[in-house]
Design a protein around this ligand. Structure first.
Ligand code: GAP
Length: 431
Protein backbone atom coordinates (compact mmCIF):
# COMPACT_ATOMS: atom_id res chain seq x y z
CA UNK A 1 0.00 0.00 0.00
CA UNK A 2 1.11 3.55 -0.73
CA UNK A 3 2.46 5.47 2.29
CA UNK A 4 1.08 8.81 3.47
CA UNK A 5 4.23 10.76 2.53
CA UNK A 6 3.91 9.69 -1.09
CA UNK A 7 0.25 10.73 -1.18
CA UNK A 8 0.95 14.03 0.62
CA UNK A 9 3.76 14.90 -1.76
CA UNK A 10 1.65 14.03 -4.83
CA UNK A 11 -1.15 16.16 -3.37
CA UNK A 12 1.13 19.14 -2.96
CA UNK A 13 3.02 18.79 -6.26
CA UNK A 14 -0.08 18.34 -8.39
CA UNK A 15 -2.38 20.75 -6.57
CA UNK A 16 -4.74 18.56 -4.59
CA UNK A 17 -3.98 19.62 -1.00
CA UNK A 18 -1.66 22.27 0.48
CA UNK A 19 -0.76 23.06 4.07
CA UNK A 20 -2.75 26.10 5.20
CA UNK A 21 -0.73 29.36 5.40
CA UNK A 22 2.37 27.54 4.24
CA UNK A 23 4.42 30.69 3.55
CA UNK A 24 4.14 31.55 7.25
CA UNK A 25 5.32 28.14 8.35
CA UNK A 26 1.89 26.52 8.14
CA UNK A 27 -1.03 26.30 10.54
CA UNK A 28 -1.24 22.93 12.28
CA UNK A 29 -3.76 20.45 10.92
CA UNK A 30 -5.57 22.80 8.59
CA UNK A 31 -5.50 22.24 4.84
CA UNK A 32 -6.24 24.08 1.62
CA UNK A 33 -7.57 22.33 -1.46
CA UNK A 34 -5.80 23.29 -4.67
CA UNK A 35 -7.12 23.32 -8.25
CA UNK A 36 -7.47 19.53 -8.45
CA UNK A 37 -8.38 18.97 -4.79
CA UNK A 38 -11.36 21.30 -4.99
CA UNK A 39 -12.64 19.39 -8.04
CA UNK A 40 -12.28 16.03 -6.32
CA UNK A 41 -13.91 17.33 -3.16
CA UNK A 42 -16.78 18.97 -5.06
CA UNK A 43 -17.34 15.79 -7.08
CA UNK A 44 -17.45 13.74 -3.87
CA UNK A 45 -19.92 16.08 -2.19
CA UNK A 46 -22.09 16.17 -5.33
CA UNK A 47 -22.26 12.35 -5.38
CA UNK A 48 -23.27 12.23 -1.73
CA UNK A 49 -25.91 14.94 -2.26
CA UNK A 50 -27.26 13.13 -5.32
CA UNK A 51 -27.59 9.84 -3.46
CA UNK A 52 -29.23 11.49 -0.44
CA UNK A 53 -31.34 14.35 -1.74
CA UNK A 54 -31.97 13.92 -5.48
CA UNK A 55 -32.45 10.17 -5.70
CA UNK A 56 -34.75 9.88 -2.67
CA UNK A 57 -38.21 11.26 -2.02
CA UNK A 58 -37.77 11.04 1.77
CA UNK A 59 -34.76 13.36 2.29
CA UNK A 60 -34.50 17.16 2.17
CA UNK A 61 -31.36 19.31 2.25
CA UNK A 62 -30.24 22.06 4.62
CA UNK A 63 -27.37 24.53 4.94
CA UNK A 64 -27.34 25.85 8.52
CA UNK A 65 -24.99 28.52 9.90
CA UNK A 66 -21.70 27.51 11.50
CA UNK A 67 -22.31 29.86 14.45
CA UNK A 68 -25.26 28.86 16.61
CA UNK A 69 -26.78 30.04 19.87
CA UNK A 70 -24.41 28.88 22.65
CA UNK A 71 -27.36 27.24 24.39
CA UNK A 72 -27.43 24.68 21.55
CA UNK A 73 -24.09 23.30 22.70
CA UNK A 74 -24.97 23.32 26.38
CA UNK A 75 -28.22 21.47 25.64
CA UNK A 76 -26.66 18.99 23.21
CA UNK A 77 -24.16 17.99 25.90
CA UNK A 78 -21.12 19.20 23.97
CA UNK A 79 -20.06 21.79 26.56
CA UNK A 80 -19.81 19.15 29.26
CA UNK A 81 -19.41 15.96 27.23
CA UNK A 82 -17.34 16.73 24.13
CA UNK A 83 -14.00 16.23 25.76
CA UNK A 84 -10.83 14.25 25.35
CA UNK A 85 -8.78 13.09 28.31
CA UNK A 86 -5.27 14.47 27.92
CA UNK A 87 -1.97 13.81 29.63
CA UNK A 88 1.23 15.87 29.55
CA UNK A 89 4.74 14.48 29.59
CA UNK A 90 6.59 15.86 32.61
CA UNK A 91 9.92 15.70 30.75
CA UNK A 92 9.35 16.78 27.12
CA UNK A 93 6.09 18.70 27.90
CA UNK A 94 4.28 17.17 24.92
CA UNK A 95 0.55 16.50 25.20
CA UNK A 96 -1.23 13.27 24.24
CA UNK A 97 -4.72 11.80 24.13
CA UNK A 98 -5.01 9.39 27.03
CA UNK A 99 -7.28 6.95 25.16
CA UNK A 100 -4.76 6.57 22.30
CA UNK A 101 -1.78 5.70 24.51
CA UNK A 102 -0.49 2.14 24.32
CA UNK A 103 1.40 2.38 27.63
CA UNK A 104 1.44 4.75 30.62
CA UNK A 105 4.65 6.46 29.52
CA UNK A 106 5.41 9.28 27.10
CA UNK A 107 5.39 7.70 23.61
CA UNK A 108 8.15 10.10 22.49
CA UNK A 109 10.68 10.21 25.36
CA UNK A 110 9.30 7.55 27.77
CA UNK A 111 8.99 10.25 30.44
CA UNK A 112 6.46 10.24 33.29
CA UNK A 113 2.94 11.47 32.44
CA UNK A 114 0.59 13.70 34.43
CA UNK A 115 -2.84 12.48 35.56
CA UNK A 116 -5.40 12.71 32.73
CA UNK A 117 -7.36 15.97 32.50
CA UNK A 118 -10.48 16.70 30.44
CA UNK A 119 -10.07 19.11 27.53
CA UNK A 120 -13.03 20.44 25.54
CA UNK A 121 -12.57 20.19 21.78
CA UNK A 122 -14.78 23.10 20.78
CA UNK A 123 -13.26 26.33 19.45
CA UNK A 124 -14.62 29.45 21.10
CA UNK A 125 -14.90 32.92 19.64
CA UNK A 126 -16.79 36.16 20.43
CA UNK A 127 -19.82 37.62 18.77
CA UNK A 128 -20.45 41.36 18.76
CA UNK A 129 -18.10 44.25 19.56
CA UNK A 130 -16.98 43.21 23.04
CA UNK A 131 -14.85 40.21 23.93
CA UNK A 132 -16.75 39.16 27.03
CA UNK A 133 -18.12 35.86 28.22
CA UNK A 134 -21.63 37.14 27.39
CA UNK A 135 -20.70 37.16 23.69
CA UNK A 136 -19.00 33.78 23.68
CA UNK A 137 -20.00 31.48 20.81
CA UNK A 138 -18.60 28.18 19.51
CA UNK A 139 -17.57 27.07 16.05
CA UNK A 140 -19.77 24.01 15.53
CA UNK A 141 -17.98 20.69 16.17
CA UNK A 142 -20.64 18.81 14.13
CA UNK A 143 -23.19 19.96 11.57
CA UNK A 144 -25.93 17.78 13.08
CA UNK A 145 -27.23 20.30 15.63
CA UNK A 146 -28.21 22.69 12.82
CA UNK A 147 -30.60 19.98 11.65
CA UNK A 148 -32.08 19.26 15.09
CA UNK A 149 -32.82 22.91 15.87
CA UNK A 150 -34.46 23.30 12.44
CA UNK A 151 -36.57 20.15 12.79
CA UNK A 152 -39.79 22.13 13.23
CA UNK A 153 -39.07 24.49 10.32
CA UNK A 154 -38.31 21.64 7.93
CA UNK A 155 -41.32 19.63 8.99
CA UNK A 156 -43.57 22.66 8.48
CA UNK A 157 -42.26 23.63 5.02
CA UNK A 158 -41.80 20.15 3.57
CA UNK A 159 -44.87 18.47 5.11
CA UNK A 160 -42.87 15.23 5.34
CA UNK A 161 -44.19 12.17 7.15
CA UNK A 162 -42.05 9.75 9.14
CA UNK A 163 -39.66 8.31 8.20
CA UNK A 164 -37.79 11.21 6.60
CA UNK A 165 -34.30 12.65 6.67
CA UNK A 166 -32.41 15.93 6.46
CA UNK A 167 -29.02 16.03 4.77
CA UNK A 168 -26.34 18.64 5.20
CA UNK A 169 -22.75 19.18 4.11
CA UNK A 170 -20.68 21.78 5.92
CA UNK A 171 -17.65 22.78 7.90
CA UNK A 172 -17.01 21.59 11.43
CA UNK A 173 -14.20 22.55 13.79
CA UNK A 174 -12.44 20.66 16.57
CA UNK A 175 -9.40 21.66 18.54
CA UNK A 176 -7.80 18.25 18.05
CA UNK A 177 -4.70 17.48 20.08
CA UNK A 178 -3.54 14.31 18.40
CA UNK A 179 -3.01 15.30 14.80
CA UNK A 180 -0.56 14.15 12.13
CA UNK A 181 -1.35 11.56 9.44
CA UNK A 182 -1.77 14.28 6.80
CA UNK A 183 -5.40 15.51 6.68
CA UNK A 184 -6.87 12.48 8.48
CA UNK A 185 -7.59 14.43 11.66
CA UNK A 186 -7.88 18.16 10.98
CA UNK A 187 -8.98 21.07 13.10
CA UNK A 188 -11.18 22.44 10.33
CA UNK A 189 -12.95 19.87 8.17
CA UNK A 190 -16.18 19.15 6.38
CA UNK A 191 -18.87 16.68 7.30
CA UNK A 192 -21.63 15.11 5.22
CA UNK A 193 -24.37 14.27 7.71
CA UNK A 194 -27.81 12.79 7.42
CA UNK A 195 -30.26 12.83 10.32
CA UNK A 196 -32.93 10.25 9.55
CA UNK A 197 -36.05 10.53 11.72
CA UNK A 198 -38.30 7.54 12.23
CA UNK A 199 -40.92 6.13 14.57
CA UNK A 200 -39.08 4.78 17.67
CA UNK A 201 -40.37 1.26 16.97
CA UNK A 202 -38.79 1.32 13.51
CA UNK A 203 -35.49 2.92 14.41
CA UNK A 204 -33.49 -0.31 14.80
CA UNK A 205 -34.59 -1.38 11.33
CA UNK A 206 -33.47 1.97 9.88
CA UNK A 207 -30.19 1.77 11.76
CA UNK A 208 -29.34 -1.52 10.00
CA UNK A 209 -30.57 -0.10 6.71
CA UNK A 210 -28.27 2.95 6.84
CA UNK A 211 -25.22 0.98 7.97
CA UNK A 212 -25.64 -1.16 4.88
CA UNK A 213 -26.49 1.73 2.49
CA UNK A 214 -23.47 3.77 3.46
CA UNK A 215 -21.12 0.80 3.28
CA UNK A 216 -22.35 0.09 -0.26
CA UNK A 217 -22.01 3.76 -1.26
CA UNK A 218 -18.24 3.72 -0.74
CA UNK A 219 -17.94 0.49 -2.71
CA UNK A 220 -20.09 1.88 -5.52
CA UNK A 221 -17.56 4.66 -6.05
CA UNK A 222 -14.59 2.34 -6.12
CA UNK A 223 -13.39 1.60 -2.58
CA UNK A 224 -11.96 -1.91 -2.86
CA UNK A 225 -13.44 -4.75 -0.84
CA UNK A 226 -10.14 -5.36 0.98
CA UNK A 227 -9.87 -1.69 2.05
CA UNK A 228 -13.18 -1.30 3.85
CA UNK A 229 -14.90 -2.93 6.82
CA UNK A 230 -17.55 -2.35 9.46
CA UNK A 231 -16.82 -2.22 13.17
CA UNK A 232 -19.37 -2.02 15.95
CA UNK A 233 -18.57 0.31 18.86
CA UNK A 234 -18.12 -1.16 22.30
CA UNK A 235 -20.36 0.39 25.00
CA UNK A 236 -17.39 2.30 26.48
CA UNK A 237 -16.64 3.98 23.14
CA UNK A 238 -20.12 5.35 22.44
CA UNK A 239 -20.59 9.12 22.22
CA UNK A 240 -22.74 10.66 24.95
CA UNK A 241 -25.79 10.77 22.64
CA UNK A 242 -25.57 7.30 21.05
CA UNK A 243 -27.29 4.02 21.89
CA UNK A 244 -25.24 2.12 19.31
CA UNK A 245 -22.81 2.94 16.54
CA UNK A 246 -20.97 1.32 13.65
CA UNK A 247 -17.87 2.74 12.06
CA UNK A 248 -17.15 2.25 8.41
CA UNK A 249 -13.38 1.83 8.54
CA UNK A 250 -10.85 2.23 5.75
CA UNK A 251 -7.44 0.64 5.66
CA UNK A 252 -5.33 3.83 5.83
CA UNK A 253 -1.52 3.46 5.74
CA UNK A 254 -1.47 3.86 9.55
CA UNK A 255 -4.03 1.06 9.97
CA UNK A 256 -7.81 0.57 10.01
CA UNK A 257 -9.42 3.90 10.96
CA UNK A 258 -12.83 5.53 10.93
CA UNK A 259 -14.12 6.91 7.66
CA UNK A 260 -17.74 7.37 8.67
CA UNK A 261 -19.83 6.65 11.76
CA UNK A 262 -23.47 5.56 11.71
CA UNK A 263 -25.00 6.26 15.11
CA UNK A 264 -28.37 5.50 16.65
CA UNK A 265 -28.96 8.80 18.48
CA UNK A 266 -32.41 7.78 19.78
CA UNK A 267 -34.58 10.81 20.71
CA UNK A 268 -31.70 12.30 22.72
CA UNK A 269 -31.21 15.52 20.75
CA UNK A 270 -34.83 16.38 19.92
CA UNK A 271 -35.84 15.69 23.53
CA UNK A 272 -33.03 17.81 24.96
CA UNK A 273 -33.80 20.76 22.66
CA UNK A 274 -37.52 20.40 23.23
CA UNK A 275 -37.12 20.51 26.99
CA UNK A 276 -34.72 23.42 26.99
CA UNK A 277 -36.21 25.65 24.27
CA UNK A 278 -39.85 24.71 25.01
CA UNK A 279 -40.35 24.35 21.25
CA UNK A 280 -42.52 21.43 20.25
CA UNK A 281 -40.13 19.11 18.41
CA UNK A 282 -42.52 16.20 18.18
CA UNK A 283 -44.38 14.61 15.31
CA UNK A 284 -48.11 14.01 15.36
CA UNK A 285 -48.75 10.33 14.67
CA UNK A 286 -52.04 10.02 12.76
CA UNK A 287 -52.41 6.35 13.65
CA UNK A 288 -52.17 6.64 17.41
CA UNK A 289 -53.27 10.30 17.52
CA UNK A 290 -50.35 11.00 19.78
CA UNK A 291 -47.33 13.26 19.64
CA UNK A 292 -44.12 11.27 19.41
CA UNK A 293 -40.50 12.32 19.46
CA UNK A 294 -38.88 10.53 16.53
CA UNK A 295 -35.68 8.56 16.88
CA UNK A 296 -32.68 9.55 14.81
CA UNK A 297 -30.24 7.49 12.80
CA UNK A 298 -27.18 9.47 11.80
CA UNK A 299 -24.73 8.49 9.05
CA UNK A 300 -21.93 11.02 9.52
CA UNK A 301 -18.99 11.04 7.12
CA UNK A 302 -15.95 13.28 6.80
CA UNK A 303 -15.43 14.82 3.38
CA UNK A 304 -11.68 15.33 3.87
CA UNK A 305 -11.18 11.82 5.20
CA UNK A 306 -13.12 10.42 2.25
CA UNK A 307 -10.96 12.45 -0.16
CA UNK A 308 -7.87 10.91 1.47
CA UNK A 309 -9.32 7.40 1.38
CA UNK A 310 -10.33 7.65 -2.28
CA UNK A 311 -6.85 8.95 -3.18
CA UNK A 312 -5.09 6.11 -1.34
CA UNK A 313 -7.50 3.55 -2.75
CA UNK A 314 -6.94 4.79 -6.32
CA UNK A 315 -3.15 5.08 -6.23
CA UNK A 316 -0.99 2.55 -7.99
CA UNK A 317 2.57 2.57 -9.25
CA UNK A 318 3.46 0.06 -11.92
CA UNK A 319 6.19 -0.55 -14.48
CA UNK A 320 5.13 -0.13 -18.09
CA UNK A 321 7.78 -0.91 -20.70
CA UNK A 322 10.49 -0.38 -18.13
CA UNK A 323 9.15 2.99 -16.93
CA UNK A 324 7.34 3.83 -13.70
CA UNK A 325 3.69 4.66 -14.28
CA UNK A 326 1.75 6.22 -11.42
CA UNK A 327 -2.01 6.12 -11.92
CA UNK A 328 -4.86 7.46 -9.84
CA UNK A 329 -7.63 5.11 -10.90
CA UNK A 330 -10.37 7.31 -9.45
CA UNK A 331 -13.96 6.50 -10.29
CA UNK A 332 -15.07 8.50 -13.35
CA UNK A 333 -17.49 10.59 -11.28
CA UNK A 334 -14.73 11.54 -8.85
CA UNK A 335 -11.82 12.17 -11.24
CA UNK A 336 -11.01 15.91 -11.14
CA UNK A 337 -10.05 16.18 -14.80
CA UNK A 338 -12.20 14.27 -17.25
CA UNK A 339 -10.18 14.81 -20.43
CA UNK A 340 -6.89 16.33 -21.54
CA UNK A 341 -6.13 17.69 -25.00
CA UNK A 342 -2.52 17.08 -26.02
CA UNK A 343 -1.15 18.21 -29.40
CA UNK A 344 1.70 15.99 -30.57
CA UNK A 345 3.60 18.65 -32.48
CA UNK A 346 3.64 21.86 -30.54
CA UNK A 347 5.84 23.61 -33.08
CA UNK A 348 3.31 23.09 -35.87
CA UNK A 349 0.93 26.06 -35.49
CA UNK A 350 -1.84 24.32 -37.50
CA UNK A 351 -1.79 21.34 -35.11
CA UNK A 352 -1.77 23.58 -32.03
CA UNK A 353 -4.58 25.73 -33.47
CA UNK A 354 -6.65 22.61 -34.22
CA UNK A 355 -6.00 21.21 -30.72
CA UNK A 356 -6.99 24.49 -29.06
CA UNK A 357 -10.28 24.49 -30.99
CA UNK A 358 -11.00 20.99 -29.75
CA UNK A 359 -10.17 22.06 -26.20
CA UNK A 360 -12.53 25.06 -26.45
CA UNK A 361 -15.28 22.81 -27.78
CA UNK A 362 -14.98 20.32 -24.94
CA UNK A 363 -14.76 22.76 -22.04
CA UNK A 364 -17.78 23.93 -20.11
CA UNK A 365 -19.47 21.03 -18.34
CA UNK A 366 -16.45 19.60 -16.55
CA UNK A 367 -12.73 20.20 -16.18
CA UNK A 368 -10.68 19.64 -19.32
CA UNK A 369 -6.92 20.20 -19.44
CA UNK A 370 -4.71 21.39 -22.27
CA UNK A 371 -0.99 20.66 -22.23
CA UNK A 372 1.65 20.98 -24.91
CA UNK A 373 4.68 21.52 -22.72
CA UNK A 374 6.42 18.13 -22.94
CA UNK A 375 6.87 14.97 -24.99
CA UNK A 376 3.82 12.73 -25.35
CA UNK A 377 5.15 10.10 -22.92
CA UNK A 378 5.59 12.76 -20.26
CA UNK A 379 2.19 14.30 -21.00
CA UNK A 380 0.49 10.92 -20.54
CA UNK A 381 2.34 10.34 -17.26
CA UNK A 382 1.27 13.73 -15.93
CA UNK A 383 -2.38 13.01 -16.69
CA UNK A 384 -2.29 9.42 -15.35
CA UNK A 385 -0.88 10.67 -12.06
CA UNK A 386 -3.91 12.91 -11.48
CA UNK A 387 -6.44 10.36 -12.75
CA UNK A 388 -7.49 12.06 -16.02
CA UNK A 389 -9.93 9.70 -17.71
CA UNK A 390 -9.20 10.40 -21.39
CA UNK A 391 -6.20 11.84 -23.21
CA UNK A 392 -6.94 13.22 -26.66
CA UNK A 393 -3.95 13.57 -28.97
CA UNK A 394 -3.92 15.61 -32.14
CA UNK A 395 -1.35 14.93 -34.88
CA UNK A 396 -0.68 16.12 -38.43
CA UNK A 397 -3.10 13.61 -39.87
CA UNK A 398 -5.87 15.04 -37.70
CA UNK A 399 -5.74 18.13 -39.92
CA UNK A 400 -6.77 16.15 -42.98
CA UNK A 401 -8.84 13.20 -41.68
CA UNK A 402 -10.47 15.28 -38.90
CA UNK A 403 -9.87 12.48 -36.42
CA UNK A 404 -8.11 12.42 -33.05
CA UNK A 405 -6.71 9.63 -30.89
CA UNK A 406 -8.44 9.01 -27.58
CA UNK A 407 -6.58 7.02 -24.94
CA UNK A 408 -8.38 5.40 -22.03
CA UNK A 409 -6.60 5.83 -18.66
CA UNK A 410 -7.36 2.34 -17.36
CA UNK A 411 -6.94 0.14 -20.41
CA UNK A 412 -4.43 2.44 -22.17
CA UNK A 413 -6.22 1.44 -25.37
CA UNK A 414 -6.28 4.04 -28.10
CA UNK A 415 -9.14 4.72 -30.49
CA UNK A 416 -9.32 7.00 -33.49
CA UNK A 417 -12.47 9.14 -33.19
CA UNK A 418 -13.87 11.72 -35.59
CA UNK A 419 -13.80 15.24 -34.21
CA UNK A 420 -17.55 15.59 -34.81
CA UNK A 421 -18.38 12.72 -32.50
CA UNK A 422 -15.70 13.49 -29.88
CA UNK A 423 -17.86 15.49 -27.46
CA UNK A 424 -20.60 12.86 -27.50
CA UNK A 425 -18.00 10.11 -27.01
CA UNK A 426 -16.43 11.80 -23.97
CA UNK A 427 -19.77 12.91 -22.48
CA UNK A 428 -21.13 9.38 -22.62
CA UNK A 429 -18.15 8.13 -20.64
CA UNK A 430 -17.56 10.82 -18.02
CA UNK A 431 -20.99 12.15 -17.03
N1 GAP B 1 -22.43 14.13 14.31
C1 GAP B 1 -21.68 12.97 14.65
C2 GAP B 1 -20.24 13.16 14.58
O1 GAP B 1 -19.77 14.27 14.42
P1 GAP B 1 -17.96 11.90 14.64
O2 GAP B 1 -17.69 10.41 14.60
O3 GAP B 1 -17.33 12.68 15.71
O4 GAP B 1 -19.54 12.01 14.68
C3 GAP B 1 -18.16 12.02 12.05
O5 GAP B 1 -17.58 12.50 13.23
C4 GAP B 1 -17.14 11.95 10.94
O6 GAP B 1 -16.51 13.22 10.76
C5 GAP B 1 -15.99 10.99 11.19
O7 GAP B 1 -16.32 9.67 10.79
C6 GAP B 1 -14.89 11.55 10.32
O8 GAP B 1 -15.01 11.12 8.99
C7 GAP B 1 -15.17 13.04 10.38
N2 GAP B 1 -14.28 13.69 11.36
C8 GAP B 1 -14.46 13.79 12.69
N3 GAP B 1 -13.45 14.47 13.25
C9 GAP B 1 -12.61 14.79 12.25
C10 GAP B 1 -11.38 15.50 12.17
N4 GAP B 1 -10.82 16.05 13.24
N5 GAP B 1 -10.79 15.64 10.96
C11 GAP B 1 -11.35 15.13 9.84
N6 GAP B 1 -12.51 14.47 9.85
C12 GAP B 1 -13.14 14.31 11.03
Amino acid sequence: MVDLNTIASLCKRRGFIFQSSEIYGGLGSTWDYGPLGVELKNNLKALWWKSMVYERPDIEGLDAAILMHPEVWRTSGHVTGFKDLLVDCKSCKKRFRYDLLKEKKCPECKGELTEPRAFNLMFKTFMGPVESSAGEVYLRPETAQGIFVNFKNILACSRKKLPFGVAQIGKAFRNEITTGNFNFRSREFEQMELEYFSHPDESDKWFKYWVNERFLWYKKYGIKEENIRLREHGKEELAHYAKSCYDIEFLFPMGWSELEGIAHRTDFDLKQHSNKSKANLSFFDEETKKDIIPHVIEPSGGVDRAVLAFLINAYSAEKVRGEKRVVLALNRNLAPVKAAVLPLLKNKPEVVGFAKKIYEGLRGDYKVAYDDTASIGRLYRRQDEIGTLYCITIDVESLTDKKVTVRDRDTMKQERISVDSLKGYINARVK
